[in-house]
Design a protein around this ligand. Sequence first.
Ligand SMILES: Nc1nc2c(ncn2[C@@H]2O[C@H](COP(=O)(O)OP(=O)(O)O)[C@@H](O)[C@H]2O)c(=O)[nH]1
Ligand SMILES: [Mg+2]
Length: 230
Amino acid sequence: MSDLRITEAFLYMDYLILKATKMDDYEEMMEMKHQDLTGSLMCFRALCCKGPPPARPEYDLVCIGLTGSGKTSLLSKLCSESPENVVSTTGFSIKAVPFQNAILNVKELGGADNIRKYWSRYYQGSQGVIFVLDSASSEDDLETARNELHSALQHPQLCTLPFLILANHQDKPAARSVQEVKKYFELEPLARGKRWILQPCSLDDMDALKDSFSQLINLLEEKDHEAVRM
Ligand SMILES: Nc1nc2c(ncn2[C@@H]2O[C@H](COP(=O)(O)OP(=O)(O)O)[C@@H](O)[C@H]2O)c(=O)[nH]1
Ligand SMILES: [Mg+2]
């Protein structure tokens, strides 16, 4: 819409106000309204004449980890969903998680004993991996989580992808520190040469969580640029 047409529209609105309020002095009102009109025009232009926002790149990720590690809760919180709506994941679920510079389409795979053996069927097409672990879990569960993480890091469809490992439940007194997790999971030797981030986090610490996701997005973008260069 041209500036002239917008001005006409505002003038007509003034005429209607004048009629409704029965103000006599049109000149006086116009003088008063002049400043407002200029401001309104700028707002109108900002709202209506701005082009669509630039498209954000989308990445497909797979999110794995034992049941109860906090996959659904963390992803739901990133999507600003209410915690009351979090239900246990049977099979898998997909969420589009929006960030300022990218959208992550995250496929969460259920972590129960009888489902984990099917995880690898859903790896195809993934561009990155999120592995969530409960840092305060029992020794047995921690060992199971370690075995699952090792299998995932070595799987042919995942081994070259960026990994974000979330050491969750850090708010609990029994939580292992990030150094303990790194040592226990033998991450240094296992993930040598791979792109990975190990982030201690909890449901209450969204800043740490968001920060680790921006690092993951950087790794995904780097991979994109490499593909363009090849
Ligand atoms: N204290 C605490 N509880 C958590 C945390 N993350 C998840 N939970 C709780 O752990 C339970 C299982 O979480 P859920 O997201 O369903 O785990 P999932 O099976 O990995 O998807 C829920 O009751 C969550 O509220 C955390 O960081 N700290
Ligand atoms: Mg779940």
